[in-house]
Structure formats: C-alpha cells, structure tokens
Design a protein around this ligand. Structure first.
Ligand code: ADP
Ligand code: MG
Length: 254
C-alpha cells in the first residue's frame, strides 16, 4: 500500500472513563467491576481469553449493551445518565467489528455515506466528499462503485474503517478487526490502524495481534473472567507480565 494514501491529519479526540462497570446476562456475571481509562489520543489494547468479556465491555461503551452498574463517560457524555442523548453520544463513537458488517446491497461509497445523510443529515455532496476523503485514507479511492462481495476481506475491513471515520468519531472501538481475515490481508488493516493511531485517534482495540499491541498501544489491559487482571505499558504487560493468568495467556498466544 502506498503510504501517501493515508496522510495523517489531526482528529478531535475524546477519552473514555469507566468505573466499577458490571454487566450480567441472567445469572452469568460477565463484567465484575471494570475500571478502565483511555485518555484523549491514547491507544489502549484489550487482550484476554475468549469469553473474558472483552466484546461485552466494548458494547457497553456505546451502550449497545445496557450495563447493570458502574459509570461510563465518553467525551462529554455520561453514558449511564438516563437523560443522556444516546443518539448524539453514539455518533461520536466509531465501531469496527470482526465481521465487517458492511451493507451487502450497497456500494462502497453508499456504505460510507448512508449514515452521514440519514443520521447526521449531511447534504449528499458533503457526505460523498467526506467518504471519498476517508476511502483515500484507507487506500481505496478507486473502489467507491464496487460492492462488498467484490472486495477481499482486508479491503472490506478497510471500507468499514472508512465508513466509521466518515461519521467524524472522537473515539474508535475495534473488536478483533483482523480475526476474520486471511493472513495475507491482516497487515494492510493493521497498517491503517497504525496510521490512525499516529494521527491522534483515541482507540480502544480488542486484539490478539500481540506485536501490534506492543508496537502501537500506549497501554495494554489484560482481562480474564470479567475483571482486569493486569494493565500497564504495552512492553511491560506483554514483555514481562507479572500475574500468572497473564503469563499463561501470553504463553498460549505468542
Ligand atoms: P470475549 O469478547 O472476551 O470473548 P464476550 O464479551 O463475547 O467475551 O462474552 C463474555 C461472556 O458473556 C461469555 O460467557 C458469553 O457467552 C456471554 N455473552 C455475551 N453476549 C451475550 C448475550 N447477548 N447473551 C448472553 N450471554 C452473552
Ligand atoms: Mg469478543
């Protein structure tokens, strides 16, 4: 990929502050009092075994799931205040999923403009211009007329990133964005994420890509069984973990 296609520009950055977050499904307590902070412009990677509650935590941050207790502040919003303007809050948070979740019947360009026009009420021309800028950022300027099934997995995930960026988020959540990709396309998606991090985007990233976490994250948080077991500088947590559960996990994934 040509690096000139994703020249960094500054983002508006917002932080996340979570205290004592709890979430249960029936009698299954999945999050057991999570405290977590992402400062504006910071990149935090969340690691941990399957079933430890990572996706649930991300989904609570933009209230795709309703927490049972605790507080979540995102930018200027208090997400657990019953009077919060949920739609407005969610618009500031971009989310990228493992399974891309592009609209299959819409072109790449339409995927990137539909929420801008419907949710943000942007005029079509402005929405298109914003989409084009972000497709350029992910190296897919010439792909606007294609449909998702005409793209590789890596390209689809780059469109999903461009789509999220087109809403001008102040925070990006990534839930295992490369786990569904063929190995040869993982690198192109990680490169885009790296460039976003460099450009100052606030990012909370669930990933099993330990070398990405080590290189790009300001901090790494290891979760297991619905609690934060260990957190710190990426190089410390991944390179020299202190807790036995973190050590076991890293032995298995590294
Ligand atoms: P991770 O992303 O770390 O693999 P998840 O947050 O997806 O973990 O899941 C944590 C636990 O919550 C698992 O035991 C899972 O079965 C349960 N869980 C997740 N989503 C739901 C749901 N919508 N309904 C019931 N249980 C769920
Ligand atoms: Mg998950």
């Amino acid at each position: 990929m040509n690096d000139s296609t994703n020249t960094p520009t500054a983002f508006k950055a917002a932080g996340v502050s979570i205290t004592s977050l709890r979430k249960s499904y029936g009698s299954n307590e999945v999050l057991k009092g999570i405290d977590l902070e992402v400062k504006p412009g910071e990149v935090v990677c969340l690691i941990g075994p399957s079933g430890s509650g990572k996706s649930t935590l991300l989904r609570c941050v933009n209230l795709l799931e309703q927490p049972n207790g605790g507080t979540i502040h995102v930018g200027g919003f208090d997400a657990t205040d019953p009077d919060v303007d949920l739609d407005k809050m969610r618009r500031t948070v971009g989310m990228v999923f493992q399974q891309f979740n592009l609209f299959p019947h819409l072109t790449v360009m339409q995927n990137c403009t539909v929420a801008q026009t419907k949710v943000l009420k942007r005029p079509a021309a402005q929405a298109k211009e914003t989409a084009q800028k972000n497709l350029h950022r992910v190296g897919l300027s010439d792909f606007g007329d294609r449909y998702p099934d005409q793209l590789s997995g890596g390209q689809q995930q780059r469109v999903a990133i461009a789509r999220a960026l087109s809403m001008d988020p102040t925070l990006m959540l990534f839930d295992e964005p490369t786990s569904a990709l063929d190995p040869e396309t993982v690198g192109e998606v990680l490169a885009i994420m790296r460039s976003l991090a460099k450009a100052g985007m606030t990012m909370l990233v669930v990933t099993h890509e330990m070398s990405f976490a080590k290189d790009v994250a300001d901090r790494v948080i290891f979760m297991d069984g619905g609690v934060v077991v260990e957190q710190g500088h990426a190089k410390d947590v991944i390179g020299n973990p202190q807790q036995p559960r973190t050590q076991d996990f890293l032995k298995r994934v590294l």
